[in-house]
Design a protein around this ligand. Structure first.
Ligand SMILES: Nc1ncnc2c1ncn2[C@@H]1O[C@H](COP(=O)(O)OP(=O)(O)OP(=O)(O)O)[C@@H](O)[C@H]1O
Ligand SMILES: [Mg+2]
Length: 330
């Protein structure tokens, strides 16, 4: 969340910290590209690339009950990569009151856009998701920013809404045919927002760092997934566990923790691991996706490789489903 900004406007430029000169040049050059459209509705409904595709978006909840493991870094890095490299129409939905998706992408968000906040949308009697979309310099990437009132909205849901866990799923439904991927960046606790994310999602991706505490977090998350799957969303499947912030020098501990992960969730670990790389925090500080800010960094390369794996995992799961009529990977 950006301090002091107008709540109904995204105007990241004033809040963006200074960037390294070489990167600055690249970002400015991108900003001179002509805008495709004048309004968000026209981006969504009139731009040629946003014709309905006849196929619904693949919705992936990026979640973990442990804080600071790289959920937002993963959502924004993967989202940008899907949009820019793979030309997939991608939407990142921030479900976290911290609003870190917007902070992480400030520099590429087109300034001056008016949008309805997700917290208001959740309370609307007839919510219109297209009023909450924000476009970026990346033609194929949109987001809906998180806002602090999401915490209140979450409590409000407890008291006012029947079937409160289905609200996000209903809100997203009209735009599913307009996107290829929708990534839901969840808060680090199993409250109404994460629950809504898991009910709206087809897949769940769990980032985890290499600590014993995170291992427990993953174990809790897997139990939570199981309950959601059994009771409310039978289609929900685990896409994979992504090891993040890996310090490659810590060889022995890495081996032990990886072994424990394999015991817990064999076959679900992504082959790619995200190394501990300061470029990722520098990029986040500068409000830029790492692929744009330091494209040659180890972190950027790793996320590029994760996206390759993610796309093939999704395709494999969906084609298995098409052949066998089986809605699950697991
Ligand atoms: N691979 C990495 N190497 C170094 N720093 C990283 C890496 N991944 C994330 N970080 C940094 O760690 C911090 C937490 O990352 P991030 O915000 O993505 O975690 P999160 O799981 O979304 O946190 P929260 O639970 O608060 O939502 C940030 O400062 C981010 O820049
Ligand atoms: Mg986060």
């Amino acid at each position: 969340m950006i301090f002091g900004r107008n709540k109904d406007k995204v105007n990241g430029k004033s809040a963006a910290p200074a960037e390294a000169p070489a990167r600055q040049k690249k970002v400015e050059k991108r900003k001179t590209f002509p805008s495709l459209t004048t309004g968000l509705r026209s981006v969504l409904y009139r731009a040629p690339r946003y014709e309905p595709s006849g196929q619904d978006a693949v919705v992936i909840a990026v979640c973990s009950q442990k804080g600071g493991v790289g959920k937002t870094t993963t959502s924004t890095s993967i989202g940008y990569e899907l949009a820019e490299t793979h030309k997939k129409r991608t939407l990142i939905v921030d479900l976290d009151p911290q609003g870190h998706v917007e902070t992480s992408l400030t520099t590429i968000i087109r300034p001056g856009q008016r949008y309805r906040s997700m917290s208001k949308l959740l309370r609307d009697r007839h919510p219109d998701i297209s009023s909450a979309l924000v476009s970026t310099d990346s033609e194929y990437l949109h987001l809906t920013p998180g806002d602090k009132q999401l915490a209140d909205a979450s409590i409000w849901l407890d008291h006012h809404r029947v079937r409160k866990e289905f609200i996000l799923r209903d809100i997203l439904k009209p735009i599913l045919p307009y996107y290829d991927y929708i990534l839901l960046d969840c808060p680090p606790y199993m409250g109404n927002m994460m629950l809504n994310g898991l009910v709206a999602a087809r897949f769940c991706l769990i980032p985890s760092d290499m600590s014993i505490l995170s291992l427990e977090g993953v174990s809790d998350m897997l139990n939570g997934l199981e309950v959601v799957k059994r009771r409310v969303n039978p289609e929900l499947a685990l896409l994979g566990i992504l090891l993040t912030r890996v310090d490659e020098d810590n060889v022995d501990l890495n081996r032990l923790i990886r072994g424990r992960f394999e015991d817990h969730a064999q076959g679900y670990l992504f082959d790619t691991r995200i190394p501990y790389d300061h470029a990722l925090s520098r990029a986040q500080y500068a409000g830029n996706p790492v692929a744009l800010y330091e494209s040659g960094s180890a972190g950027a390369k790793a996320y590029r490789s994760v996206v390759e794996e993610l796309v093939s995992r999704v395709q494999a799961a969906l084609s298995r489903q098409a052949v066998a009529g089986d809605a699950r990977i697991s």
